[in-house]
Design a protein around this ligand. Structure first.
Ligand code: ARG
Length: 560
């Protein structure tokens, strides 16, 4: 339990029923000056109930407060300031971490489900850096939600339906080569797609052929279905390589095509509620009352749209998972789509929409511009990851040539660098795509945190840590580490509430820094009576660093 909570409990015993424990804890502040103590409680909120001036209330509370946790309690104007006993608090916190191990700060299960729609790349197209962002942010959001006690479901809403498949079929039948597609599915399919568009410039009839093939697919034609299934499977195999490298798993790959037979029902519901109106031959839901452009449900030719599928998906997911929260980790460019989606669901009378969130993120820019497939401004993710791993390999070969499982470690470090680079700043910020900075291992990077953790582990080995508990210490460097360990539970809650993995990334950086300071000033391995106790602190740091990294999808090798 955090020391803020302990202080709140002590206050609660004195204050009585006026404020709940949570309310008290939320009011607790950190005094501006260290000389005023470690924690402060402002008494303004009690003034009305007590019919007394806050200054007097503070004096009364200060007089009544006593706990072995505090070395001094002081009323300072309307505040009750306490000085924590560093000895007692550091023992409490470190030994709790040692007891609970990776479960430290894990919430009890709530038996409530959160579904997160993330990654969701488009079949037959390269896995873009934008999809990488969605993948790592979505994965982290799910891990963090699970840590907060929720059951989580990860959904990959594959872009596996649409007119582009008709074009692809035409292109494949005209210019395709089975072997080449099997060998490099995405690259080949992309080539065919690009070639199709070039040819279509001079032969516009190709577009009609493409439409005709897509129609065949929609009508269940055998050849078309076979081709589609094959394109989908080959693409998915290639995406799976990236997911394996990243260590990301999904519970469902139900993409757009999965909703083919589930849209009629939603369209019927819209009709029943008189929400569908005709507009230039198309069917739309007007959202004028909310100052939004209409949501397109059916095109002139009867074709359904992205939004139609998302409507069906939302209803299906709620019926299947009974979620309390549904997140869509999709770039900020689609903000309008999700606003419209949620509005239409609300018009349909679905309250579950209150738990739906578009979780946007910024662009990946190249030289200040958006990356685009068409302009060839595209970098293949798998290559970025491979390059990162190679760089990590070279690093290891130079610094630690004896390392046992060097390849595994290189993978963890290379991939960790790429993931951490993405999650280091608030997700809404744009990121400049710059291989050199993505692959940097010093400064505020994943490898820096991993390296700190590996060094801590090596201290445990060198010092033969015997599992002892922590027996307390008063120095500033220990306290620096203890306050960071103490903050972990709050960090877990905040990262979840804001759906913001960078809160965890920042936290592990800060903890690593606090530990490196400690390590720079305290002789951990000195052969004296305190050695095993100091190693207990080191152990607690490795537990929390490893767990923090795990939550953002980064592995922590014990040696590197
Ligand atoms: N495939 C889409 C894209 O690449 C993202 C899908 C996001 N999920 C959703 N349910 N709309 O832009």
């Amino acid at each position: 339990m955090s020391y803020e909570r302990k202080y709140a409990e002590a206050l609660s015993r004195v204050i009585g029923d006026e404020l709940t424990l949570d309310q008290i804890e939320a009011l607790i502040e950190k005094p501006k000056h260290e000389a005023h103590g470690d924690l402060a409680f402002p008494c303004f909120q009690l003034a009305k109930a007590y019919r007394k001036a806050p200054v007097m209330i503070a004096t009364d509370i200060a007089n009544d407060l006593n706990d072995e946790l505090f070395t001094k309690v002081e009323a300072a104007g309307p505040y009750v300031n306490v000085f924590l006993s560093r000895d007692v608090v550091s023992q409490e916190i470190i030994n709790t971490v040692l007891d609970e191990q990776a479960d430290y700060a894990t919430h009890a299960t709530r038996n409530e489900t959160i579904v997160t729609d993330f990654s969701s790349p488009n079949i037959a197209k390269p896995f873009s850096m934008g999809h990488l962002r969605s993948t790592v942010i979505g994965n982290a959001i799910n891990q963090i939600a699970r840590k907060n006690g929720y059951d989580v479901v990860g959904i990959n809403h594959l872009g596996d339906w649409g007119t582009q498949f008709g074009k692809l079929m035409v292109a494949y039948k005209k210019w395709g080569d089975e072997e080449a597609v099997r060998a490099h599915p995405i690259a080949e399919l992309l080539k065919l797609y690009v070639h199709f568009h070039e040819e279509a410039k001079t032969q516009p009839e190709l577009e009609d052929e493409g439409r005709a093939w897509f129609k065949k697919l929609e009508d269940g034609n055998e050849e078309a279905t076979e081709l589609w299934t094959w394109f989908r499977e080959e693409s998915l195999k290639e995406f799976q390589k990236v997911y394996d490298l990243l260590g990301v798993e999904f519970d469902s790959f139900n993409g757009e095509a999965f909703y083919n037979d589930k849209m009629d029902r939603v369209v019927a519901m819209l009709e029943e509620k008189n929400l569908l109106v005709e507009s230039e031959g198309a069917m739309v839901v007007s959202l004028e009352d909310e100052n939004l452009p209409p949501c397109l449900i059916k095109k002139k030719d009867g074709a359904t749209l992205y939004a139609t599928r998302d409507l069906a998906a939302a209803v299906y997911r709620h019926e299947t998972y009974n979620f309390v929260q549904a997140n869509y980790v999709v770039g900020g460019e689609q903000a309008l789509h999700f606003k419209q989606l949620f509005s239409v669901l609300r018009k349909l009378g679905y309250d579950f929409v209150d738990g739906m969130h578009h979780v946007p993120f910024g662009l990946i820019l190249q030289e200040g511009k958006k990356m685009s497939t068409r302009k060839g401004r595209i970098v293949l993710l798998e290559e970025v990851l491979k390059e990162a791993i190679e760089k990590a390999q070279a690093n290891i070969a130079q610094k630690n040539p004896e390392l046992a499982n060097a390849d595994d470690v290189a993978r963890m470090v290379g991939v960790g660098a790429v993931i951490f680079h993405d999650l280091k700043n608030e997700r809404i910020n744009n990121i400049e795509f710059d291989l050199d900075s993505m692959l940097k291992f010093e400064g505020e990077t994943g490898p820096y945190v991993q390296y700190t953790n590996a060094r801590a582990n090596s201290l445990l080995r060198k010092g033969n840590y015997d599992g002892s508990t922590f027996t307390g210490a008063n120095d500033d460097h220990t306290w620096g580490v203890v306050t960071m360990l103490n903050a972990f539970p709050h960090v877990i809650t905040r990262a979840h509430e804001r759906r913001e993995p960078s809160i965890i990334s920042r936290y592990v950086l800060d903890l690593a820094q606090a530990f490196n300071k400690y390590y720079g000033h305290v002789r951990v391995l000195e052969e004296d009576a305190g050695k095993q106790s100091r190693l207990a602190l080191v152990k607690a740091v490795t537990i929390v660093l490893t767990e923090g990294l795990r939550l953002i999808g980064v592995q922590a090798p014990e040696e590197m």
